[in-house]
Design a protein around this ligand. Sequence first.
Ligand code: ADP
Ligand code: MG
Length: 286
Amino acid sequence: MIEVKNLNFTYGKGSKNSLTLKDINFTINKGEIFGFLGPSGAGKSTTQKIIIGILKNYLGSVKVMGKEVRNVKEDYYEKIGVSFELPNLYSKFTASENLSFFRGMYKGETEDINKLLAMVNLENYSNKKVSDFSKGMKMRLNFCRAFLNNPEIIFLDEPTSGLDPLNAKNIKDIILQKKEEGKTIFLTTHNMNVAEELCDRVAFIVDGRIKLIDSPRNLKIRKGSKNIKVEYKEDGVIKEEIFTMESIGCNNDFLKIIKEKKIERIFTMEATLEDIFIEVTGRSLS
Ligand code: ADP
Ligand code: MG
């Protein structure tokens, strides 16, 4: 669905080291949720803006559904859905007036506005002016915009940012539901939980470069250190010891504890995606 080859981009004239994006390569398959994970300023939103055809003076090739986005026309926007990082809504309009206005831009079939508002728990606020909305409500309304034209490919920039846990969970569920329906989703985030829970594959991006692309599961198996923590009780006190998983069956210290102590808990200690991000890139996500 999306094929990015040797993508380089700069906002200014500048030299090679002022490039915002440096030799970006990836492909996204139909029905996949692909996550762009990286700290603020890494180039996530810039990449999204290039793929959706807003920034055109890039080097390399960016093809969506077989077409180079540098040359796309209006009809491209009939097929994709976008929600930007910062809500761009008309604050003097109500929620439903906003969606009606944006819906009017599409030639093809569009979704029912009340259905979209209900999807993000805003059904009781459809006649309220956006100027009276909280930041989270604006984010949820902005999220709806991406689905007005029932698009095949959906671009979501930091979709859960500024949302309370319940609404964030709802947004994540909607994204998974869209994947079930066969939609392709490009998601940018600096939130490792979002990446871990939703993405089939993630790209780690730092300073305009992709450091690695893999599934969260593979990353955890291949990268994160594999340790076992044993908690046991001795003289009424809980004690703990950590062992590496490798050759655990021949580890006499481990076996001795298992045989002789009163075991309370044994568990594997998994690295989080954030731990792995730091290990791979040397940078933190915040
Ligand atoms: P992210 O979404 O990963 O936080 P961005 O893609 O927004 O990162 O930004 C990447 C880099 O490009 C940052 O250094 C940012 O300051 C710069 N940048 C973003 N937008 C512009 C712009 N319109 N003009 C100049 N520089 C920009
Ligand atoms: Mg961004």
